[in-house]
Design a protein around this ligand. Structure first.
Ligand SMILES: [Zn+2]
Ligand SMILES: [Zn+2]
Length: 460
């Protein structure tokens, strides 16, 4: 799944589309080597964007209601981009560890081109995902990584892309038993299909799917998984199949209206804080809890555990749902929303361009671009929270952009956005407006200062 991936087969648009639904036959998605396996996830980005547009259209037609919000959507996509950045620099740890076990410890080799191996790997990867996902909810240190995916109070296709940077550093070990007999090339295909399948189920526009609900993980089942109603907690861990939940007693059908998000909402759109705050919480609780065994329990028991409580905490401590829950939605001026949207689009473009051209870029340019993307996403998060320091960070970001762009480290994937880049630099060259963007940022800062601590939570 590195830059060199992309085989002769499995990359046509129709196949990419079917990959999102785990609907490729073994014959068209089996490869001899890992290097031949297409990067199905990165090649799905245009489909992600198309489906998000489709969800907005269908939701508007169905309910005259948009399925998401600008602040929450930018936050989810920012987390999605952040989670993929390590893969720009390194081959995925999930693949590195798997290939290491295969090379050194395999017991026997199943044939890579057999449909039986393909179907067995489908089941194996999905069962490993169930087990990993369940542990991610029941073990506090794993939850610290996974909770990022649950931190949205909306439920839409943006939420599907809201992923943790740290999660793959906890999930890799659950796949290793398969490396004793399943070739890495087959595993690398199913690892991606399992992830991609979980994209389309993050929606409210699909209600129920009849008999498919018995076997497959569906939008309805996964809505329950994202709920913070007491009946939803620790339920429906399945990835592609729901049979594991039915077998191991963690299945729950959708019933009362689901209220989404964490039982104790984090109230933040800052993608860096959303990753790090749970770790800080564990660190503080670890030192504040007396006794060595209790300290270990803080790390390895459930997030709701405390001294004297059962392993997964007390169900009665889960806040009841009143139906009056209001999502975190700090007010920002409309023009700032537009500003954030436009600049976020530029960053998405920069990210896509980075993926397309990273093999041709120097390591310095790649690192510079990654650093700028992280800085930008952090700045947008603060902007969406109406934080007073957002304007200052935005000015710094825009100045960094101009300096780096003028030295030729950025380039656009799309001609119309390339024009936007040129516009800024042309302004810089003419000297009339030394920097269009810092001026915008300065205005934003003025507005934020004027607004002070005025917060208004409102449902959109
Ligand atoms: Zn989960
Ligand atoms: Zn989910």
């Amino acid at each position: 799944m590195g830059a060199e991936a992309g085989g002769p087969r499995g990359t046509a648009p129709g196949q990419q589309l079917r990959a999102l639904f785990y609907a490729l036959a073994p014959g068209e998605s089996s490869f001899r080597t890992v290097e031949e396996v297409p990067d199905y996830v990165e090649k799905s980005i245009p489909f992600f964007i198309t489906f998000i547009g489709l969800e907005f259209a269908v939701s508007w037609i169905q309910k005259r209601k948009l399925p998401g919000r600008i602040n929450d959507g930018i936050s989810s996509l920012s987390l999605g981009i952040l989670s993929r950045l390590p893969d720009v620099l390194f081959r995925s740890i999930e693949l590195i560890s798997y290939i290491h076990v295969w090379n050194n410890y395999r017991l026997f080799e199943l044939p890579w081109d057999s449909p039986w191996t393909w179907y067995l790997t489908l089941l194996g990867v999905d069962f490993a995902y169930y087990f990993f996902h369940r542990m991610s909810h029941e073990v506090n240190i794993l939850w610290a990584a996974h909770q990022v995916h649950h931190s949205s109070e909306d439920y839409n296709l943006f939420t599907a892309l809201r992923q943790s940077v740290l999660q793959k550093y906890t999930s890799w070990m659950f796949n290793l038993p398969m490396a004793l007999f399943i070739p890495p090339s087959v595993f690398a295909v199913h690892l991606q299909f399992n992830l991609l399948y979980q994209f389309w189920i993050h929606t409210e526009v699909i209600t129920k799917l009849g008999p498919l609900e018995w076997i497959l993980n569906t939008p309805s089942h996964h809505r329950v998984h994202h709920g913070r109603n007491p009946y939803c907690i620790d339920k429906n861990y399945g990835g592609t199949l729901i049979i594991w939940d039915r077998i191991f007693g963690t299945f729950e059908a959708e019933d009362a209206k689901v209220v989404y998000g964490l039982t104790h909402p984090v109230n933040s759109f800052d993608p860096i804080m959303l990753q790090l705050r749970p770790l800080a919480h564990i660190w503080n609780t670890f030192w504040a809890t007396p006794g060595f065994c209790n300290k270990l329990s803080v790390i390895f028991k459930g997030p709701g555990w405390g001294p004297g409580k059962p392993r997964l905490g007390l169900p009665e401590e889960i806040p009841v749902i009143t139906g009056k829950e209001v999502p975190f939605n700090p007010w920002v001026p409309a023009y700032l929303n537009c500003y954030a949207l436009v600049h976020f689009a530029v960053i998405v473009d920069l990210y896509i361009e980075l993926l397309a051209s990273m093999t041709m870029l120097s390591q310095g340019t790649v690192l510079l671009r990654i650093g700028f993307i992280i800085l930008s996403l952090a700045s947008f998060g603060l902007l969406m929270e109406n934080k007073s320091k957002a304007g200052i960070l935005e000015i710094i970001r825009c100045l960094v952009f101009i300096v780096v762009y003028k030295h030729g480290h950025f380039r656009s994937h799309f001609p119309f956005l390339g024009y936007a880049y040129e516009l800024r630099v042309t302004n810089g060259h003419h000297g009339g407006l030394p920097a269009l963007l810092p001026a915008w940022a300065w205005l934003a800062q003025m507005e934020l200062t004027k607004q002070g601590t005025k917060w208004q939570n409102e449902l959109v």
